[in-house]
Ligand binder design. Structure first.
Ligand SMILES: [Zn+2]
Length: 411
């Protein structure tokens, strides 16, 4: 392709500034800014046309087209008695000439935020994008860069100059600098920070997020120090599954992701936290997709529970041995009565893989249950008035009450 010939065709149709002309050929050359490329093209066209004019060729039309957007050509035409007015760029109307100035405003807004990575996103007037696409389509441009891309890149580079050491990360920036070129407004979005880790719950009076009944604290409250460490305004926890507030979570713990909204710090991990009720062990920063993975995983996890159970009828070792029948069984459960849901008759089936038991006294026994995640374990034990079947109570043919429940491990 002859860049000069093509550029002349385009300039006959549209007056374009250096940036907008150069951007149509952005993929040609290396380490050139679009404005330099556009200016070089115009200089070459100018040299060619002036030479041809002097040799007597009739290039006055092309000279006038070029002169609309090229000062040396206007001067040349003026010297031979032809006056040409300069024109505004058809695509950007002059918008691209000084986008760097927005960087300063962005840097002011970023002061006080301790971040590592950023990205720039600009909103352009719709007409600019429409006119750009008109030119690209009409001349079947396949070597260009979008105006949005150029502007984001240039402002990003300017911010890097002002804040050396920061990095551009378009996929997962800590902060997003938003520039609205319609209104001239600059603002900064501080993206949430996600920290993965595990927790253990040693208390039977700690819930996950909401407080109710005789719950004395929630895990969410106990992790508020993580929000404060990063100077956030709010924090959420995303957990793989859930245990009842009166159940302990022991063993290696349960995975969770803490989300800190609007942080003003993006560096440094919190330390291990322990207060007698809960233990929190942070592992590192993570990404949003991990939360979905965590929630999906809860459905397929294998869990090991320990329960201490009271039986109304006295039991013997022989009675308990019947529980072997439940090994490898699929348990059918209707949503437990204690859980208020919109669809109270929802059905679920979960597997019980293995059971082990120990008689503590005629009325109390300990039960170990290895099962699929999502099994309502208390209901599996007491049967929930027949809403869960088969159940431990059904097999033992007695009324049962779960005195204690612990999650021992999540495989
Ligand atoms: Zn332009």
């Amino acid at each position: 392709m002859d860049v000069l010939e093509r550029s002349m065709e385009i300039l006959r149709a549209y007056p374009l500034c250096d940036s907008c002309l150069g951007r149509l050929f952005a993929q040609l050359g290396y380490a050139l800014e679009n404005a330099e490329r556009g200016s070089a093209i115009k200089t070459l066209l100018h040299m060619k046309l002036v030479t041809e004019y002097r040799q007597g060729a009739d290039v006055s039309g092309d000279l006038k087209s070029l002169a609309r957007v090229h000062r040396p050509t206007r001067r040349f035409l003026a010297s031979v008695g032809v006056a040409v007015e300069d024109s505004q760029c058809y695509i950007c109307g002059g918008l691209t000439s000084s986008v760097e100035r927005y960087a300063k405003d962005a840097v002011v807004q970023l002061s006080g935020v301790d971040f590592e990575t950023f990205a720039v996103g600009t909103t352009l007037p719709r007409e600019v994008l429409e006119r750009e696409s008109e030119v690209v389509k009409r001349f079947l441009i396949s070597t260009g860069e979008s105006i949005k891309h150029e502007i984001n890149r240039r402002i990003g580079r300017e911010i890097l100059k002002l804040l050396p050491g920061k990095k551009v990360d378009k996929q997962r920036p800590n902060v997003l600098v938003r520039i609205d070129l319609v209104t001239g407004k600059v603002d900064v979005v501080r993206n949430p920070l996600l920290i993965e880790g595990v927790y253990l719950k040693l208390s039977r009076r700690v819930s996950q997020a909401k407080k109710f009944g005789d719950v004395k604290a929630s895990l969410l409250e106990k992790l508020a120090h993580v929000r404060d460490l990063y100077g956030g305004v709010e924090h959420l926890i995303h957990v793989s599954g859930r245990e009842d507030s009166d159940a302990r979570m022991l063993g290696p713990g349960r995975p969770l992701v803490i989300e800190v909204k609007n942080p003003s710090r993006y560096r440094g991990l919190p330390g291990r936290y322990e207060d007698g009720d809960v233990i929190y062990i942070p592992r590192g920063f993570t990404v949003r997709e991990e939360i979905r993975r965590l929630k999906d995983k809860a459905k397929t996890d294998i869990k090991l529970y320990r329960a201490l159970v009271y039986s109304e009828n006295p039991l013997t070792e022989t009675d308990l041995a019947k529980l072997g029948e439940l090994t490898g069984k699929t348990i059918l459960q209707y949503t437990p009565r204690r859980i208020k849901r919109l669809s109270p008759r929802k059905r679920r089936t979960r597997m019980v893989y293995e059971l082990a038991w120990r008689l503590v006294s005629p009325h109390v026994f300990e039960l170990y249950i290895r099962c699929q995640g999502g099994l309502y374990v208390k209901e599996f034990i007491h049967g929930d008035g027949g809403r869960t079947t088969p159940s431990v109570a059904e097999i033992l043919n007695t009324y049962l009450e779960v005195l204690e429940l612990d999650v021992l491990s999540i495989e």
